[in-house]
Ligand binder design. Structure first.
Ligand code: ZN
Length: 377
C-alpha cells in the first residue's frame, strides 16, 4: 500500500488562546491551556517520525481551500466574518470556537489539506491518505463555528469529491467521540453522501445526535447516528462498526470513504468517558478499509478531528496510520495494556441495545444502483 501524509507546520500555529480545558478562562476558571492545543498533534507527528513510519509515507503538500470550495458547505457571510475577525486579532467563530490572529488562513489550509488528500487518492497518487490538519472540522455548521471547529474540513472534502470530481456516492464515517453535527447538517437531505456518526450519547453538543435523526427528504436514510452509552469500550465500538458501519457501506457502495477520526474515545481522554485503546483504532480502521476494498478499491481518506490526551493520541494515531500503510513498526503502545486491562470492554447489554437500534436503520440506507462499480467520475 502507498499511504499519503498531509501535514503543514502552519496548521500547528492555530491558537485557541488561554482557557481552562474546553472553556474560556475567566470568572473562577484560571487562565491556562486550551484543550485543543498543538501538543496532541505535534506529539503524534513526532511518534510517526521516530517510529520510522513517516519515511515510508508519501508526503502530500496541502494547498489552501478556495473561498468557493469552502462555500459549498458554508455561507459566504460566515466565511467573510471569520476573515475579518482573524485579520483584527481573532475572536470566536461561535459555540466554543475561539481563535487567534491568522486562523482564517490556517482554517483554509486545514480544509484544503482534506481536499488535497482526497485528490491524491482519487488521482491514484496514493492508495489512501491521512491528513493531520487543525483546526478540526466536524462540528462546524453552515453559518457558525462549533466545538473548536471553524470550517468543516471533511464536509468540504466530500463536497469537492461530489461536485468537482463527479463522484456519485461518498461515505463519511465519523468516530470522533462527539456527535458529528456539522457533517449531519451538511448532508442531511443529500442521498449521495452517507454520513455515519459514532459518538458518546449526549456528550457534545448537548442533546445532539439521537438515533432517530436519520436524514430527511431525498436524504432519508442516508444519515445514521450511533449514540453509545458512556463507558463503552472496544466491544461496543467493534460491534457498531461490524453491525452498522460495514453493512451500511456495503449497501451504499461509496466511491470514496472519508473517516473523520477523533481519538477522544480513548480510555484516557479528558473530554469524554469511553474506553478505546490503540488496538481498537487499529481494528476499526481495518474493518472500514476492508469494506472500502469491496466498494471502491480501498479509497480511504482519514482526516484528523478531536482527541485531547497528549500521551494517548500519538499511539492511537500511529496504530491507525500503520494499518492504512500495512506496516507494523517496532513501537509498542505502553498504554494499551493498561486500558485494555480495565473491566467492561465486552459488549454489555445496554450497549448492545444501542447498537441494535442503529442496526435497524441500515436497510433504509440509499442503495447503489445494481451493477454499480467504483469509478472516479
Ligand atoms: Zn471530539
Amino acid at each position: 500500500m502507498s499511504t499519503g501524509w498531509v501535514w503543514h507546520e502552519r496548521c500547528m500555529w492555530h491558537d485557541p488562546g488561554s482557557a481552562g480545558g474546553p472553556l474560556p478562562a475567566g470568572g473562577w476558571i484560571e487562565p491556562g491551556t486550551h484543550v485543543e492545543n498543538v501538543e496532541t498533534k505535534r506529539r503524534m507527528r513526532n511518534l510517526v517520525e521516530v517510529s520510522g513510519l513517516l519515511a515510508q509515507l508519501v508526503a502530500v503538500a496541502p494547498r489552501p481551500a478556495t473561498v468557493d470550495e469552502v462555500c459549498r458547505v458554508h455561507d459566504r457571510g460566515y466565511v467573510e466574518r471569520i476573515e475579518q475577525m482573524s485579520a483584527s486579532g481573532g475572536g470566536d467563530a461561535g459555540n466554543m470556537t475561539p481563535f487567534g490572529p491568522g486562523s482564517y488562513e490556517i482554517a483554509l489550509l486545514a480544509a484544503g489539506g482534506a481536499i488535497t488528500a482526497t485528490d491524491a487518492v482519487l488521482d491514484g497518487e496514493v492508495d489512501n491518505c491521512y491528513a493531520l490538519v487543525r483546526p478540526p472540522g466536524h462540528h462546524a455548521m453552515r453559518d457558525s463555528g462549533c466545538g473548536f471547529c471553524i470550517f468543516n474540513n471533511v464536509a468540504i472534502a466530500a463536497a469537492h469529491a461530489r461536485e468537482a470530481r463527479g463522484l456519485e456516492r461518498v461515505a463519511i464515517v465519523d468516530w470522533d467521540v462527539h456527535h458529528g453535527n456539522g457533517l449531519q447538517d451538511a448532508f442531511y437531505e443529500d442521498p449521495s453522501v452517507l454520513t455515519i456518526s459514532l459518538h458518546q450519547d449526549g456528550n457534545f453538543p448537548p442533546n445532539s445526535g439521537p438515533v432517530d435523526e436519520n436524514g430527511a427528504g431525498a436524504g432519508a436514510g442516508a444519515h445514521i447516528n450511533v449514540p453509545l452509552p458512556a463507558g463503552s469500550g472496544d466491544g461496543a465500538y467493534q460491534a457498531a462498526i461490524e453491525r452498522v458501519v460495514v453493512p451500511a457501506l456495503d449497501r451504499h457502495r461509496p466511491q470514496l470513504v472519508i473517516v473523520a477520526s477523533g481519538y477522544d474515545a480513548s480510555g484516557m481522554d479528558p473530554l469524554a468517558q469511553m474506553m478505546l485503546h490503540s488496538d481498537s483504532y487499529r481494528a476499526m480502521t481495518r474493518k472500514v478499509m476492508d469494506a472500502a476494498g469491496e466498494s471502491c478499491e480501498g479509497r480511504v481518506v482519514v482526516c484528523h478531528e478531536g482527541g485531547y490526551s497528549p500521551f494517548i493520541v500519538p499511539f492511537c494515531g500511529l496504530a491507525l496510520i500503520e494499518t492504512l500503510a500495512g506496516v507494523r513498526t517496532e513501537v509498542q503502545d505502553p498504554y494499551m495494556p493498561i486500558i485494555a486491562g480495565m473491566p467492561g470492554h465486552e459488549l454489555l447489554d445496554h450497549q448492545e441495545q444501542a447498537v441494535a437500534r442503529a442496526e435497524r436503520l441500515v436497510p433504509t440506507v440509499p442503495a447503489a444502483p445494481q451493477g454499480t462499480t467504483a469509478t472516479t467520475g
